[in-house]
Design a binder for this molecule. Structure first.
Ligand SMILES: *Cc1c(COP(=O)(O)O)cnc(C)c1O
Length: 414
């Protein structure tokens, strides 16, 4: 980054600092990852110079000879990888992609049913502060109080009563698998569309480490930057019948010109995700999460739903007498980065909830395995047990930095 260094040393230094931080810390935010150098190169390419409103072969600008080919490759790879009839790779990110789906298929005020935010759902699944909860009529299902899992009978009963026009399945903080078949049947029974928002788990789905929504959902949306390990962006997959509506909603309905540098990087990430190595990666993400969960349970941590069968873990810290935010901040000082999170039926407020959320996509991208997960869990235990003891936290921080040296991070040259 010699030019950046010369032109803007201030930003250059901050980028380098962030790079070092990503290298020297154990990153457990489940929505984050390390993309490959190839993905970074495509993202930083001259494709950012282009305007190309429209779709391949149907643009409003001339000069698309290469852009059309790139977008077509991205679309074809997305369709092949997910087994979908149609793919739109233009959404700028997950939130606008969901908005495009709603805009395509719902009239204002129609019922939109999603998992409540404090139970693991995403803001864009009809929460109050989101446009999704104001332009459409929000209907919220929750997890069961005892099992802390989705109760499909309760979802069915709510859907029968409220008659949503669309049901959304998917979450940002749900450590269990989704039964897409059950959701599909419920949606069909009440005449609703089913949107599977697999932003968090798309990489697991393509690796075969999580059930596949494509046979059951009318529309599948995913971000491309979480377990899928691509650039920041999103895509929408659907059956042929809905293709035109979806495409029109993305452009010109909601967006302007596509981010072609992102499209190219999505194509690269999809190629990587089709490899046997990625398949192994997806399964290792889950094995790592299970190993970390087991070690945390062993050490007396209380996990929402008792464990995990995907890439993430929700820890309820109530029994450890530490609040989530305080734990997340202390862990960050120790070089272990996670976020505070509500737990289902949390008696505390969203800005200072009872839990923390952990995930294994990033550490798995660095080649860490089950033994390393146990080690990280031991450090977390130490920090939470010595939350007021800066010397202890400092000790862990030194150990974590040393430990990270042994695991090169994709995309970062030392
Ligand atoms: C991350 C996420 C989104 C939003 O994606 P952004 O790229 O942050 O806009 C939407 N839905 C779910 C389930 C997510 O996890």
């Amino acid at each position: 980054m010699d030019e950046l260094k010369r032109t803007d040393p201030e930003i250059y230094e901050l980028v380098k600092d962030e790079e070092r931080y990503q290298l020297e810390s154990v990153r457990l935010i489940p929505s984050e990852n390390y993309v490959s150098k190839a993905v970074l190169e495509a993202t930083g390419s001259v494709l950012a110079n282009k305007y190309s409103e429209g779709y391949p072969g149907r643009r409003y600008y001339e000069g698309q000879r290469y852009i059309d080919r790139i977008e077509t490759i991205a679309v074809e790879r997305a369709k092949a990888l997910f087994g979908a009839e149609h793919a739109n790779v233009q959404p700028y990110s997950g939130a606008p992609a969901n908005l495009a789906v709603y805009f395509a298929l719902l009239k204002p005020g129609e019922g939109l049913m999603g998992l409540a935010l404090p139970h693991g759902g995403h803001l864009t699944h009809g929460w109050d502060v989101s446009i999704s909860g104001t332009f459409w009529r929000p209907i919220r299902y929750v997890v069961d109080r005892e099992s802390q899992r989705i109760d499909y009978d309760a979802v069915r009963a709510l859907a029968r009563k409220e008659r949503p026009r669309m049901i959304v399945t998917g979450a940002t903080a749900y450590p269990r698998q989704f039964d897409f078949k059950a959701f599909g049947e419920i949606a069909k029974e009440v005449g609703a569309y089913l949107l599977a928002d697999i932003s968090h788990i798309a990489g697991l789905v393509v690796a075969g480490a999580h059930p596949d929504p494509v046979p059951y959902a009318d529309v599948v949306m995913t971000t491309t930057h979480k377990t899928l390990r691509g650039p920041r962006g999103a895509m929408i997959l659907c059956r042929k019948e809905l293709a035109e509506k979806i495409d029109k909603a993305v452009f010109p309905g909601l967006q302007g010109g596509p981010h072609n540098h992102t499209t190219a990087a999505i194509a690269v990430a999809l190629k990587e995700a089709a490899s046997p190595a990625f398949r192994e990666y997806g399964h290792q993400v889950v094995r790592n999460a299970k190993a970390m969960a087991a070690e945390l349970v062993e050490r007396g941590f209380n996990l929402v739903s008792g464990g995990t069968d995907n890439h993430l873990i929700l820890v309820d810290l109530t029994n450890r007498k530490v609040i989530g935010k305080k734990a997340a901040q202390a862990l960050d000082r120790a070089g272990i980065v996670c976020n505070y999170n509500t737990v289902p039926y949390d008696p505390r407020k969203p800005f200072s909830p009872s839990g923390i959320r952990l995930g294994t996509p990033s550490v798995t991208s660095r080649g860490m395995k089950e033994a390393e997960m146990r080690r990280i869990a031991a450090w977390m235990d130490e920090v939470v047990a010595h939350i007021e003891d800066e010397a202890a936290i400092g000790r862990v921080s030194g150990e974590v930095r040393e430990f990270c040296r042994a695991f090169p991070a994709p995309g970062i040259t030392v």
